[in-house]
Ligand binder design. Structure first.
Ligand code: ADP
Ligand code: MG
Length: 256
């Protein structure tokens, strides 16, 4: 089966620093794959290359077998790759549902033609997306007044408006309280299961990573050093070394 996402020998050098070195992996349909590693390991640099925000030094990225290396972020987004929580493409002056309606209009290529009718477009579809992320009851609130966790859920609905086949989530729960983190990742896992979306995410909280990922990859100093399920990663001596200088179990904030 063709992987949704595949990288081959992905490498990024900044001046003299090798931030990402020869990273090769596959992500399959319906998979929730975690990329973990200490600060500075190269996780965000990987994400930025996958999304076309950073040119690769060498190596390639394939989306369903098609080489997408060197495409612009917009071209990659058009091919069905969504990303959440880095660019906050939300409008504080609009209501929650209007934000999702705008995303749906953008998805359907209607923004300029139909802008005057924005509040009437795709209301039912927008409401269905908000329902999926548990935000239907806040549809008419202004997004400026949302609690942080709710803002993140609205952003997830906006990302889903583009019906991505792949979602890239770089630290989606950053700044959230532990309870909200678990809830957001549970929600993401539900969406992966119900919509067949594939997700690659990074996350600091090891409890969240172990509870929700199907598979985990560990990056250290730009190199992939381990890959496996929660049990295999937890018991991997190299991974324990990286996180704790050898020894004991993972703590909740292990990667911070
Ligand atoms: P992570 O997301 O895992 O914390 P990053 O991908 O942000 O790691 O960073 C990996 C390495 O690349 C770090 O050493 C960082 O300082 C370096 N780096 C990241 N972005 C740049 C940049 N734009 N210019 C120079 N060095 C960078
Ligand atoms: Mg990062």
């Amino acid at each position: 089966m063709t992987a949704i996402l595949e990288t081959r020998g992905l490498t990024k050098v900044f001046g003299g620093v090798v931030a990402v070195k020869d990273v090769s992996f596959q992500l399959h349909k319906g998979e929730l794959l975690a990329l973990i590693g200490p600060n500075g390991a190269g996780k965000s640099t990987c994400f930025n290359m996958l999304m076309g925000q950073l040119p690769v030094t060498s190596g390639d990225v394939y989306l369903e077998g098609e080489r997408i290396t060197g495409l612009t972020p917009r071209q990659i987004w058009r091919k069905g790759v969504g990303r959440t929580f880095q660019i906050t493409a939300t409008y504080a002056s609009m209501t929650v549902i209007e934000n999702v309606q705008m995303a749906l209009m953008s998805h359907h290529g209607e923004i300029l033609r139909f802008l005057p009718f924005a509040t009437r477009m795709h209301r039912d579809e927008a409401l269905a997306l908000l329902d999926m992320v548990g935000m239907a009851n806040q549809a008419e609130r202004h997004s400026a007044v949302l609690a942080y966790g709710d803002l993140k859920r609205m952003e997830l609905a906006i990302a889903l408006a583009h019906t991505p086949k792949l979602l890239l989530m770089d630290e989606p729960t950053a700044g959230m309280a532990p309870k909200e983190r678990v809830a957001l990742m549970q929600l993401t896992a539900d969406i992966v299961r119900d919509r067949g979306v594939s997700v690659l995410f990074t996350e600091h909280d090891m409890d969240v990573v172990f509870a929700h990922s199907h598979r985990i990859m560990v990056l250290n100093r730009g190199e992939l050093i381990a890959e496996g399920n929660a049990e295999q990663i937890r018991n991997n001596p190299m991974v324990q070394d990286v996180y704790l200088g050898g020894g004991t179990v993972f703590a909740s904030e292990g990667a911070q």
